[in-house]
Each structure stands twice: as C-alpha cells, then as structure tokens.
Design a protein. Structure first.
Length: 456
C-alpha cells in the first residue's frame, strides 16, 4: 500500500487528550464595571446608525457562492473575546431564535445586539426590544451570510466580517457575551487557509494546509463533544486564524484547494490526529512532546525530519533577543502560581531535550525554589505578556540557546518561528515550489499518517 491510504469510513472518537497545541495564549480583556455601563450602553445603542459600513448591511453582503453541505459536519467557532454589544446583519432571509424558540423570520436583518438586566436587547426596525435570557441565534440559512461587528471599548462597532451559517450569542457571568459562528466544516477551512498562508503562495501548499486545518478542527470538535463545551475552536492563533466568508476571497487558491481535498483528514491508528503546524520549523521538525506531555512518540508525532525548504522565512535563523528577568518572572507568575515562590531568576536549566539539542522541559530556578515547565510554555508566557510578534523582545521559538547576565536573559542562536511541530508552512511552500503535491507535503510532515476521506 502507498504512503497514504485513501479510506472512506466513519471513525471512532480519538483518545481524549488535553488541548495543548497552542502557539500563543488568548489575552483576557480587562474587567469593567457593568452596573455603570448599562445606561450608557443602551443610550449608545439608540444612537448608533445602521449604515452598511457599521452593520455590514445590504451593501457588500452576499449572496455567497453555493456550498454543498450535505454530509458535512458543523463546527462552532468562538469569535474574538467577550463584548458588551455588536452589530449584526444578514444577506437575506433569517430566523431569530431565542432559548430554542423561533421568535421571528424575515427577509433581511440589521440590528444592534446587547445583553442587559438578564435579557437580550435588540434594536432595529420592527424588532422586539427584548428577546429571551440565555442563548440568542441568528440563522442565515444554509447558504446565507451573517455580518458581525463587535463593539470596541468605547461602544463603537469595529469592521464587520461576513460569515456563513448561523451566529450564536451566549451570555457570560459578567454581563458580556460571546459570538459563536456555527458553520459547515468545508466553509470553515476555506476561511482559515487564506488567513494562515500568503495569497501568493502555491496551490499545492493550500491543498496541504487545507487537510491539516480540517484535521485540526475535526479533532477539537470531537473533543468538545466529549466534554460538552459550547464551542470547538477560537478564531485566533491559539487555535487557527479564521476570517469567515470575508477571508475566502483573499486568495484565488483557497476555495478550490478546499474543494479538491473535501472531507479528507489525517488519521493514525484509526483516529483523527491533532495536526499541529507552525510558520517555520527552522530546519528540523519538532516532536509533539514539546507541546504535549502525553503525546505519542511514534508515527506522525515523532518529529526529527530535516526541513531545508523553509529558508525563505526571515525567522529561519535569528539573532540575540534580550529579555528583562524581572519582567519574565512577572510573566511566569501570571501563568503559574508556583512561580510566586521565586523572588528572582538565577538559572534556566534544560531538563530534557531532543537528540538534536532542542529543549523540551526546563527548570526555572531562583531564591525560594524552582518550577519545571515546557520550554514552549516559557515562550508563550513571555510573548503574551510582551505583546505581538513585532514587539522588541519577542521570542520566535525555543529552538535556541540562552544565558543569564545581569538583569537580562539573552536568547541567541535561534531558528524557526513557532513551536515547529507538524507541518512547516514555509517548508511546505518551498516543497510546492519544487513541484511537490499536497499529498507528498503532508507525508513529509506527518509520516505514517493516512489520508482518510470522511465525507464526499
């Protein structure tokens, strides 16, 4: 049998392992005083105009290209962070559902949504003022669009993004709410790959990532079902970056690549794998153990493959990064309670590493004791504290060396961008430029995995 086997079958659920494959953590929003905001928010809602640029109204909405969703599972995507208000619109017919009951149907919806005094508040022409207490759903139908523009801290709507499927609004204990896009898996993947790859990249790179992204999503969807979570993935780098229907048009390859791999996922021992991927591995693929203590050590999880095709990345090799020790300790304390016992960082010691010297587990020592964590968790904690990838002091990867001197830790001789587990995006593009097909690219980064067709 060939390197990949094409199998059409239903799979049993994967092993229940924790989700630890993030590249960065979600940054929480600051807590605000809800009682003081209710009156001001409702007043603001009354004065917000329903222009197309604010609500994503008639101008610029659909109808979208038709997608065959028969047999395709749904996925629930949490959009951003919790908010106090948002603008929502549909491209055509809609159903308004609250607490499981259809309250209203119509030709087109344009409204402001908020939650106050235990009730959903809907402001829009011909809409009821309050509509139930818990879960609110705006369903645009199988091939409709919902436009969503969350309000910023000042109560103004941000840029609207269009999504296929339904939008579910769920209340939070502090009075804010989250938006969850419930969409078919194929459309979800089509909204991911253009956000994860450059528009100019090769078609076969898009095909390879379409399979990896679909596999990642299905794995977490199965995990959520087992744990009864209200959503499956987020829309940022802690899951996969997702831009909805709006993103589908950012690349000519996106929808075509998704359709050419429809229903195909990666499996290992008859289970859907958690198919990690990162920007640039820096020359060698890392084992899944750098992210998950319980990860298998064989097959597609073993790592160790050489990858010289990612040299086009500006972060294939990077120079010294200086990090203030006191700030690094603050970042670790925010993530690990045990770090509060340390009054300083005197040493960062490698406890376990790969055969090529990449740190897996490290020990952070100082007066008062020590903590043992994964090397990548130090990177995640620091980058969350420090800010975005363009900020001075950003740690590209933990495939590096370091030394402590004075008030700083200097990370040097670094390579790669991200955790380096699974598919290397720059490496995949390099291989595609050399004529590799998507299936061959997947085989290089997930050796031994089967390409399995779950729906057609």
């Amino acid at each position: 049998m060939g390197f990949f086997q094409y199998v059409s079958q239903k799979l049993r659920s994967p092993a229940r392992t924790p989700h630890e494959g993030t590249t960065r953590g979600d940054q929480p929003l600051r807590h605000t005083r809800w009682p003081l905001l209710v009156a001001g928010l409702l007043l603001a809602l009354l004065t917000v105009t329903s222009c197309a640029s604010c609500t994503g109204g008639k101008k610029g909405l659909g109808p979208p290209t038709h997608v065959d969703t028969q047999g395709v599972p749904l996925i629930r995507v949490k959009l951003g962070q919790a908010v106090r208000g948002a603008q929502v619109a549909t491209s055509g017919e809609y159903r308004l559902i609250s607490d499981g009951k259809v309250l209203r149907t119509g030709k087109r919806l344009s409204a402001t949504v908020a939650h106050a005094n235990g009730q959903w508040q809907l402001l829009g022409e011909g809409l009821p003022a309050t509509v139930g207490a818990s879960v609110l759903v705006v369903d645009s139908g199988e091939n409709g669009l919902v436009s969503y523009a969350p309000h910023d801290a000042s109560g103004q709507p941000t840029s609207a993004v269009q999504y296929r499927g339904a939008m579910q609004f769920r209340t939070q204990p502090d009075g804010r709410f989250i938006a969850v896009n419930q969409v078919d898996m194929e459309s979800y993947v089509a909204g991911v790959v253009p956000k994860e790859l450059y528009a100019s990249w090769q078609y076969e790179t898009y095909r390879a990532l379409s399979v990896a992204a679909r596999t990642f999503a299905l794995y977490h969807s199965q995990q959520s079902a087992a744990k009864n979570r209200p959503y499956d993935v987020g829309d940022g780098e802690s899951s996969q970056v997702y831009g909805g229907y709006t993103a589908e048009h950012k690349s000519a390859h996106a929808r075509k690549a998704v359709e050419s791999t429809r229903g195909k996922v990666l499996t290992w021992k008859n289970q859907v794998i958690m198919s990690q991927y990162s920007s640039c591995c820096g020359g060698r693929v890392n084992p899944a153990a750098v992210l998950r203590a319980d990860a298998p050590t064989d097959g597609p999880f073993a790592g160790g493959q050489e990858c010289r095709d990612c040299r086009a990345s500006t972060r294939f090799a990077w120079g010294p990064v200086h990090v203030n020790k006191a700030q690094l300790l603050t970042a670790l304390r925010a993530r690990y309670a045990a770090a509060n016992s340390l009054s300083d960082i005197t040493e960062i010691r490698v406890k376990t590493q790969t055969s090529w010297g990449r740190a897996v587990m490290i020990e952070v020592l100082g007066p008062g004791g020590s903590i043992t964590i994964r090397a990548d968790d130090l990177r995640l904690a620091w980058n969350m504290y420090n800010g975005g990838a363009n900020k001075p002091g950003y740690l590209n990867s933990m495939n590096c060396q370091w030394q402590l001197a004075g008030q700083h830790v200097t990370f040097h001789t670094g390579s790669g961008f991200g955790h380096g587990v699974g598919l290397c995006q720059f490496g995949a593009e390099g291989k595609a430029l050399r004529g590799w097909r998507g299936e061959q690219i997947l085989g290089a980064y997930y050796p031994g995995a089967q390409l399995t067709t779950l729906w057609k």
